[in-house]
Design a protein around this ligand. Sequence first.
Ligand code: AMP
Ligand code: MG
Length: 405
Amino acid sequence: MIPLGDAQERILAAIAPLPPRAVPLAGARGLVLAREVVATEMIPPFANTAMDGYAVQARDTAGASDATPATLQVVGELAAGVAPSTPVGPGEAIRIMTGAPMPAGADAVVMVERTKSDGGRVEIFQAATAGDHVRPAGGDLETGQRVFEVGTLLTPAHLGVLASLDVHEVVCHPRPRVGVCSTGDELVPSGPLAPGMIRDSNRPMLLAVLEEAGCEAVDYGIARDDEAALTDTITRAVDECDALLTSGAVSMGDYDFVKVVLERLAAERPASTYAWMQIAIKPAKPLAFAAIGGVPAFGLPGNPVSSRVSFELLARPALRKLAGRADIAATPVVATARSAFKRRADGRVHYDRVVVAYEAGAYVCERAGFQASNVLSGMAAATGLAILPDGDGVEAGADVEVLLL
Ligand code: AMP
Ligand code: MG
């Protein structure tokens, strides 16, 4: 068995970020910028008011208070989206709405709550200072300023900024396109079960977890435990995708052909690597990994919990690297074990499925049901994986590291 860190390192070493390309803004959420963005305009593009109120010359309001209001002549009204035409002269004010451009002559805005108007004139109950409630042109971004650097992970707010700058396409590492196939003669996708058959749970689960991880998931169905059939599916998938997840057939069974096929394809194609690893973790000990012509293929274990945990610990970091992300490793949080987490020493680190809660300023966790690699309902109930180092477990009340799912 090899430590998890060694397996992760080995996999990451075989993977490079996908080559950047231009991506429309609408499809760029969650992608990583590969070219910096420079502002070609100011944001805001013009000075405007941050408040509904009156645009004034601040000096006209000197000394104004509730008891001694300043009275100004209202010479116009400005809604957002309207270009100002009337300037504000001494003794004058213009009724103005949030976002409307500042009219010439005015240097401050008094919020409407501090005024009273009969339409023709307005009483101002507060002395304004030049600049009050004015958002200057370029106050957020200046022309020529670097807005986002290479490596920025684009969130919805980033897309908003880019749209405000009239940027509708960004150069990013593309969304990884990841194939998923299940293996096993016992699997059916749906419907009644003949004796010995079960329904395929890994494929829907992995397709969904890929979508959640910001990848484009592609369904390659169920491959039979047949070397030729498996070769056909895996070949198609690595030719059409940026990465592949299979599940099952990586253990010590007589029909575990994923290992055989990945190893052979890697041997046939240049720039390939292959490794079958026994990793010192539970669940998810076996993993067949190949980079076939640079396309990573993960032969995840078949037991559904193992499949999901193996994805989390081994495939997810690799997919992040493909996507150009810098935050490749998951960071655990520290939680208090609500009850004892007993285990036996077996040379492996255990990743127990746990329910995590945030209570009174700290995380607490407890086991989510029966811990066996085929009990997927426990995985479904879990919101974290508690990392239990080799040994006999942790006592109730002890700190335990947890990867939040
Ligand atoms: P294997 O490694 O192929 O022998 O699979 C290990 C266990 O996981 C067996 O009990 C399989 O029936 C089960 N298994 C494999 N693939 C799936 C799947 N896609 N959905 C549900 N169970 C599976
Ligand atoms: Mg199988």
